[in-house]
Design a binder for this molecule. Sequence first.
Ligand SMILES: NC(=O)c1ccc[n+]([C@@H]2O[C@H](COP(=O)([O-])OP(=O)(O)OC[C@H]3O[C@@H](n4cnc5c(N)ncnc54)[C@H](OP(=O)(O)O)[C@@H]3O)[C@@H](O)[C@H]2O)c1
Length: 240
Amino acid sequence: MPDHPQQINVIGASGGIGQAMVAAVLDRYPGARIAATHHRSEVPFEHERVDWQRLDLRDPGAIEAWSSDFERVDWMLNCAGYLHGEAGGPEKNIRSLEAEFLLENIRVNTLPTLLLARHFAAALKKSSAPVLATVSARVGSIEDNRLGGWYSYRISKAALNMALKTLSIEWKHSHPRGCVAALHPGTNDTRLSKPFQARVSAQNLFDPDYSATRFVNLLTQLDSSQSGNFWAWDGTRLPW
Ligand SMILES: NC(=O)c1ccc[n+]([C@@H]2O[C@H](COP(=O)([O-])OP(=O)(O)OC[C@H]3O[C@@H](n4cnc5c(N)ncnc54)[C@H](OP(=O)(O)O)[C@@H]3O)[C@@H](O)[C@H]2O)c1
């Protein structure tokens, strides 16, 4: 059995799923320190084992600078994401596609995981069982796309999935004890999903604490032999 993680970094920890992820790892690993990032939101809560950092993930230099604070990291959990905001919202059809909104989706949903992998590779290599997991979304699955629409978000999550798969192949050699994972949380009741909850039944709208606890259970069980997969909150594997 690998050692328990001692240093866990949660990115996007001011969000609905991120906050729940911090709570879940605090509860599961009483010996762990958590480094948690927020961006526009204020620090949502204080805890003696949580170190907060304001970080704009669209700034590659800021990601690199933050990485220099760490000698060793066991788990990197990226829970940040973007679906709607000042640059727009998900497209119903191709006529609504705007370049700036697509690029903002890529900047927040795709690129940061690659930059985090690049700048934290050395710190993760010092772990006996490093994990890099990013919250993706089922709508990023090409095979599962039946409804269409939501071009920018789907594209950014499909590209994120490709990034994670590609990284998992490289890290089989450089980080042989490591596990890279894409995660789908189901529909969670958060700021991100609020405008799109009307057609979601109550039983399919999860409290983020539920998904985060299921993710931590899953990540605790995964090892390097399962690196490079796309997992739903309940532990089922999703098609890419
Ligand atoms: N909720 C769902 O139903 C659902 C379903 C499928 C997938 N997901 C995915 O789950 C992840 C978490 O979503 P959520 O529902 O928890 O959303 P949320 O409550 O809106 O949280 C989003 C998080 O991302 C951070 N963030 C956004 N832009 C950032 C930037 N430029 N730099 C740094 N941080 C940034 C936010 O930080 P600040 O608030 O501090 O600015 C916040 O911590 C996302 O990747 C989302 O795509 C969610």
